[in-house]
Design a protein around this ligand. Structure first.
Ligand code: GSH
Length: 203
C-alpha cells in the first residue's frame, strides 16, 4: 500500500486524491492525516520541506510535491493519460496545472497572512495575492470554452483551486461575472473523484 500524508483542507492534497480516483488507484493508498503547519509534524521525517501531500511508495521511496505525485500515479494506469504524453496538449495541460496551483499558492499565502494578528498583517501582501487570483480567474473564464474534452491534470488543478477558494474565501464569489467558469466547475464537481474528496464543511 502507498501511504499519503494528507490534510483534508489542503487543495494540493485534494489534487492527488482526485488523481487517485481518476486513475483507479485510490484503493492502493492509505491516508495519514497530518497537520503540516506545526514544528513537530511527522511529515518532516520523510519530506524535509514538511509539506503535504507527500507519498511513500510501496518500496519506501518518497515522492513530493503534488505535480510529481500526480504524474507518478498517471504512469500506473492504462486509461487516457491525465498528463498528455506529447505535443501542444501536454504543455497546455501543464500550464493549466501551474495556473491552478498558482491560485492555491496565492490563496494559501493570503489566508496565512490573514490569520496573523491584525497589527502584523500586511495589507499590501494580501492585496497582491488577491490580484493574482482575480487575474488568473479572468484568464480561466476566457479559456474555459477551450478546455479539453477529456479530463487532464490542468482541469483537476483548476477545480481544486476553485474548491479551495470556496472553502476559505466564501465571500469572494469567484463565479460572479464568470458564468462559463462557474458552469464548468458545477459540472466537474459531479465527478465521483470530486465528490469523494470534497473539503470538510468549515463550520
Ligand atoms: N507545491 C506544493 C505545495 C504544498 C503545500 O504548500 N502544502 C501545504 C498545505 S496546503 C503545507 O504542507 N504547508 C505546511 C508548510 O508549508 O509548512 C505541492 O504542490 O504539493
Amino acid at each position: 500500500m502507498m501511504q499519503l500524508f494528507y490534510s483534508p483542507t489542503s487543495p494540493y492534497t485534494r489534487k492527488v486524491v482526485v488523481t487517485a480516483y481518476e486513475t483507479g488507484l485510490i484503493d492502493r493508498m492509505t491516508f495519514v492525516t497530518t497537520q503540516a503547519n506545526v514544528a513537530e509534524s511527522p511529515v518532516t521525517e520523510v519530506n524535509p520541506l514538511g509539506k503535504v501531500p507527500t507519498l511513500i511508495l510501496d518500496g519506501g521511496e518518497v515522492l513530493y510535491d503534488s505535480p510529481v505525485i500526480c504524474e507518478y500515479l498517471d504512469g500506473l494506469h492504462d486509461g487516457i493519460p491525465l498528463f498528455p504524453r506529447a505535443g501542444g496538449s501536454r504543455w497546455t495541460a501543464l500550464r493549466r496545472q501551474a495556473l491552478g496551483d498558482g491560485i492555491m499558492d496565492a490563496a494559501v499565502a493570503r489566508r496565512i497572512e490573514g490569520l496573523r494578528p491584525e497589527g502584523q498583517r500586511s495589507a499590501d501582501l494580501m492585496g497582491r495575492q488577491a490580484e493574482k487570483i482575480e487575474r488568473a480567474l479572468d484568464v480561466l473564464e476566457d479559456e474555459v470554452a477551450e478546455f479539453e474534452a477529456e479530463i487532464t491534470i490542468g482541469q483537476i488543478a483548476v477545480a481544486c483551486a476553485l474548491g479551495y477558494l470556496d472553502l476559505r474565501f466564501p465571500n469572494v464569489c469567484w463565479s460572479t461575472g464568470r458564468p462559463d467558469l462557474g458552469d464548468w466547475y458545477a459540472g466537474f464537481c459531479k465527478r465521483r473523484s470530486m465528490r469523494a474528496s470534497a473539503h470538510p464543511d468549515p463550520s
